[in-house]
Design a protein around this ligand. Structure first.
Ligand SMILES: *[C@@H]1O[C@H](CO)[C@@H](O)[C@H](O)[C@H]1NC(C)=O
Ligand SMILES: *[C@@H]1O[C@H](CO)[C@@H](O)[C@H](O)[C@H]1NC(C)=O
Ligand SMILES: *[C@@H]1O[C@H](CO)[C@@H](O)[C@H](O)[C@H]1NC(C)=O
Ligand SMILES: *[C@@H]1O[C@H](CO)[C@@H](O)[C@H](O)[C@H]1NC(C)=O
Ligand SMILES: *[C@@H]1O[C@H](CO)[C@@H](O)[C@H](O)[C@H]1NC(C)=O
Length: 618
């Protein structure tokens, strides 16, 4: 049986929210001496920011000699100055998660791991807001970084300016980049650019200057009402409505008096938090939140998430038989999917499927299935089961997940979330080994493609699927349908593979690295809410490459916007897309190229599409 590569799925999910999580792992906390945990903590020394003049004098240095400590200069000038003062060897030592610092410049060690110093991580050497560090020293959160941690490490010689990784969560860069520069594989200017990005982030967040409004943040700010409400809102926005037959949902709170709340996640606590999370303020379980709407009869249905036997199913059926509505909260948790714990299949574990079927069969009232997971689940049985009126996917919704689920079920919130990945049929796991890394299909071995970009087979639910309690109509109001790019004498036409019998344009493509990439296309879509409930719509925009191109992606997301539209109202949504970023394809040699010819912009699930022509002239 092929194993599902959880790590890949995990990286996708996390990177969408916080990049740093994608490569976070438990690392020993005691092996680092950091500004924040050693160099500048209340118990270590008395310094909380790098450019404290007293700190410099304690090091025998004069802070005024270092322009990067001069607050009157712009951040980019200060960052450039710092980088310029380092030798190549010093530079490469700052490219891993454990920055070594540069003592002669007064630059301390720094640990980027696990969201650095923001104070809420439950893993890694960041700040915990414990007795040692009662308030934040600064708030470094990685931005301006694209790429996927360990997956990208192998691409040390990054060919495209569109794909760069400024920091390696590991030791690969510090160990090998100096050699790569000496061999001419990496330009020192690229390292300078990466370090400059990193130091601008740290400057903006107060690491060098101790920005007072950041330094004053502490434990009290984490669980404020505003932030607790944000947790609830994030969980609501992330909820995806997968099935809703005959408007099963929302339930009418006036009519439903008794609820059967069933399943191994019905009273979920820690499971809602997932991993690489912060320490929650106060968890509200689905059971807690649903109890506000009626008399609740809770039956767990399974002994544990793996649901190894059916001994608890019968009591759950009895509860469903009597209740006005039945809510089953099932799925998986970290005992089944986690880093270093790949799933064996895409099904619900053990007797969960049987629990859901039997409870649905027995139920008197409407049946709602709520699922927790990060990866996709083959729940085709529930999708096709007429007794199951509605299905919701909650992901791992966080501490206020229970409230969000109840808000959606009883119509206090109209869901608008969409799946961030394809939910494959279980047979997908047998079609290719987890060791096969190409995203493209491997025809010679019969392997299908990976992700919505390359997989064209049938699915349980496709990427970006998600329903609402209302309906939206799209109208294209305006669109730029062509772009003319004049090539200078250094910009050359580049050959790309077309399928036999396809029309090949005279200048098939130009490499993105050779281009200025200033061209933009724009268009405007009107989103009308034609139903009778207010709601949010996520407008997803894809591009499709020209017909006949060999082995390119089927489509790719190039933009999305979430808009709230009141019932009966409409909103205009404008997109401005960079031509290189939006219409490029990656060829067999891993070059990003812009093909000429007829591309297609697709809005939503093929609701609207229009051509965009790319012309090159010299
Ligand atoms: C920090 O400051 C306190 C009080 O001013 C002083 O007693 C202590 O020695 C200082 N610690 C260090 C490491 O300088
Ligand atoms: C729900 O879980 C909480 C926390 O684990 C526990 O204290 C509580 O007793 C559970 N509720 C029921 C009804 O089992
Ligand atoms: C069924 O599972 C429950 C909970 O895990 C366990 O306590 C019980 O002993 C199991 N029963 C049988 C017959 O294996
Ligand atoms: C779907 O992809 C496979 C490769 O996985 C390819 O052989 C097949 O022709 C494609 N089918 C369609 C209809 O595009
Ligand atoms: C929505 O659009 C579809 C097709 O684009 C059309 O058939 C339908 O009448 C529209 N509905 C409303 C209420 O405008």
């Amino acid at each position: 049986m092929a194993k599902i590569h959880t790590a890949l799925i995990f990286v996708y999910v996390c990177s969408a929210y916080f990049f740093i999580l994608a490569c976070a792992r438990d690392v020993p906390t005691n092996s680092y001496t950091l500004l924040g945990h050693g160099d500048a903590t209340p118990t270590g020394s008395n310094f909380t920011f790098v450019c404290d003049p007293k700190r410099y004098s304690s090091l025998g240095l004069d802070v005024t000699k270092f322009p990067f400590c001069d607050k009157s200069l712009p951040y980019d000038v200060r960052a450039s100055d710092l980088v310029k003062q380092m030798t190549l060897s010093e530079k490469v030592l700052q490219l891993g998660n454990t920055n070594r610092g540069v003592p002669r410049l007064g630059l301390p060690k720094y640990e980027w791991w696990s969201e650095a110093l923001h104070g809420v991580s439950n893993v890694g050497p960041g700040t915990f807001f414990d007795d040692l560090v009662p308030s934040s020293t600064s708030f470094p959160t990685l931005i301006d970084i694209t790429g996927y941690g360990t997956q990208m490490k192998m691409q040390l010689h990054i060919p495209s300016k569109q794909a760069r990784l400024d920091l390696d969560c590991g030791e690969f860069y510090p160990r090998y980049v100096e050699g790569s520069v000496q061999q001419g594989k990496v330009r020192e200017a690229e390292i300078d650019k990466s370090l400059k990005n990193l130091y601008i982030v740290l400057l903006r967040l107060g690491f060098f200057d101790g920005i007072p409004q950041y330094t004053s943040f502490g434990k009290k700010d984490i669980c404020s009402d505003e932030h607790v409400e944000l947790a609830r809102e994030a969980a609501r926005e992330g909820t995806v409505l997968l099935k809703n037959v005959d408007q099963t949902l929302p339930l009418d709170a006036d009519k439903i008096k008794t609820l059967a709340v069933i399943g191994p996640h019905a009273n979920a606590t820690a499971a809602m938090i997932g991993n690489y999370a912060g320490v929650p303020c106060k968890i509200v379980t689905p059971l807690d939140a649903l109890s506000a709407y009626g008399e609740v009869n809770y039956k767990v249905g399974c002994g544990e998430m793996k649901c190894r036997n059916d001994s608890l199913i019968f009591p759950a059926m009895q509860a469903a038989e009597k209740a006005d509505a039945t809510i089953i909260v099932a799925g998986i948790d970290l005992s089944i999917e986690a880093e270093s714990l790949d799933r064996d299949d895409l099904l619900l574990p053990g007797f969960q499927t049987q629990l859901i079927k039997q409870v649905a069969d027995a139920a008197k009232g409407p049946v709602i299935l709520v699922l927790f997971s990060a990866g996709g689940l083959d729940i085709g049985f529930a999708k096709n089961n007429k007794k199951i009126g509605a299905i919701l996917w909650a992901g791992y919704p966080g501490e206020k997940g229970g409230l969000a689920i109840a808000d959606v079920i009883f119509g206090k919130y109209n869901p608008g979330g969409r799946l961030p990945l394809t939910w494959h049929e279980a047979s997908y796991a047998d079609m290719l080994p987890m060791t096969s890394m190409p995203l493209r299909p491997v025809d010679s071995l019969g392997y299908p493609g990976r992700t919505y970009k390359f997989f064209n087979g049938s699915t349980v639910y496709p990427f970006a699927y998600g329903l609402s309690y209302t309906q939206f109509n799209y109208t294209l109001k305006s669109a730029v349908r062509s772009t003319h790019i004049k090539l200078n004498k250094f910009q050359h036409c580049y050959g790309i593979k077309y399928r036999a019998e396809s029309h090949i344009p005279p200048c098939p493509a130009v490499r993105i690295d050779d281009m200025d990439c200033k061209e933009k296309i724009n268009f405007e879509v009107e989103v009308k809410n034609v139903g009778d409930r207010d709601g949010s719509e996520v407008v997803v925009v894809y591009s499709k490459p020209p017909e006949g191109l060999d082995a390119s992606h089927i489509k790719q997301v190039v933009g999305f916007q979430r808009v709230f539209v009141p019932a009966g109202g409409s909103k205009k949504v404008k997109f401005v897309l960079n031509v290189c970023n939006s219409l490029r394809v990656v060829d067999y040699n891993a070059y990003s190229v812009l093909p000429s010819g007829g591309h297609t912009i697709v809005i939503g699930d093929d609701i609207i599409s229009f051509p965009v022509h790319v012309y090159f002239s010299s």
